[in-house]
Write a protein that binds this ligand. Structure first.
Ligand code: BG6
Ligand code: MG
Length: 245
């Protein structure tokens, strides 16, 4: 028999010993949304979409940008064209989405580790030290560039993003594929999400969901915290006793 007592387990800076965690939790994996959870790229999406809208002759507000969180690039463009009362052919839409993405990629190519949201790196380190598997579950097709630029690629065991899915959140496909890539059952996974559609996707996939943001907005999440700086192994363990909705 393995003598667990002889093994060295790092004491979590947030209290719970990682050894305790392994013994007591059913949750074995964390699947993270990217934008709004790990980094804040909404500001770059906003600038690029605004530039496109302005070139087309109408404005694009921050309030409208909020409604695009978690929404795919193609669907975002459809919504923006609708707000501007502009009709474009499918070929023109492809060209516009490509143009927006070029501006966006120019900006994210300049991202730095200082742009990681508070507590994200620390919680990833805590999760890895506790033996949890980690995956990314993002709608973005640019997630690898972003993780590479901010230095977080080594913290993920699997990356599933907009390049690997056909259905957008609230469809659970991205999270189910993340669980599968980690070799986990959905019930062994916790999803971290800041968008309503993302929370719904996690719940539709049969996972526990930690909402990042406001409880008044993310009403379907199992728990809601303001950011990963508030996440601990204790809170993760408590999710075991939360009944699936
Ligand atoms: C999501 C963002 O993560 O990715 C959305 O919240 C964005 O705002 C979507 O539209 C797609 O991103 P990308 O990088 O593929 O254009
Ligand atoms: Mg998000």
């Amino acid at each position: 028999m393995k003598r667990l007592g002889k093994q060295k387990f790092k004491k979590s800076s947030r209290g719970l010993n990682t050894m305790d965690y392994r013994l007591k939790s059913m949750i074995k994996a964390c699947i993270f949304d990217l934008d709004g959870v790990i980094v804040d790229t909404a500001v770059y999406h906003y600038q690029a979409w605004k530039r496109l809208a302005n070139e087309l002759g109408f404005d694009f507000t921050e309030h409208q940008n909020e409604q695009l969180k978690g929404v795919s690039r193609v669907r975002s463009l459809e919504l923006i064209l609708g707000w501007g009362n502009v009709t474009k052919t499918p070929a023109e839409q492809t060209e516009l989405a490509t143009r927006k993405n070029q501006w966006y990629v120019e900006m994210i190519n300049r991202m730095e580790p200082s742009e990681i949201l508070p507590g994200a790196l620390e919680f990833l380190q805590t999760a890895k030290a506790a033996g949890l598997k980690t995956a990314l579950g993002s709608a973005s097709k640019n997630s690898s560039i972003i993780l590479e630029r901010v230095g977080l690629l080594p913290y993920f065991d699997a990356i599933v993003d907009g390049n690997h899915v056909t259905a957008s959140k609230p469809d659970p496909e991205v999270f189910l594929k993340g669980a599968e890539a980690l070799g986990m059952n959905p019930t062994e996974c916790v999803v971290f999400e800041d968008a309503i559609a993302g929370v719904q996707a996690g719940k539709a996939g049969g996972m526990k969901v930690v909402g990042i943001g406001s409880p008044a907005v993310l009403t379907e999440a199992d728990i809601v915290i303001p950011g990963l700086h508030e996440m601990t192994l204790e809170k993760l363990k408590e999710l075991n006793s939360v009944k699936n909705r």
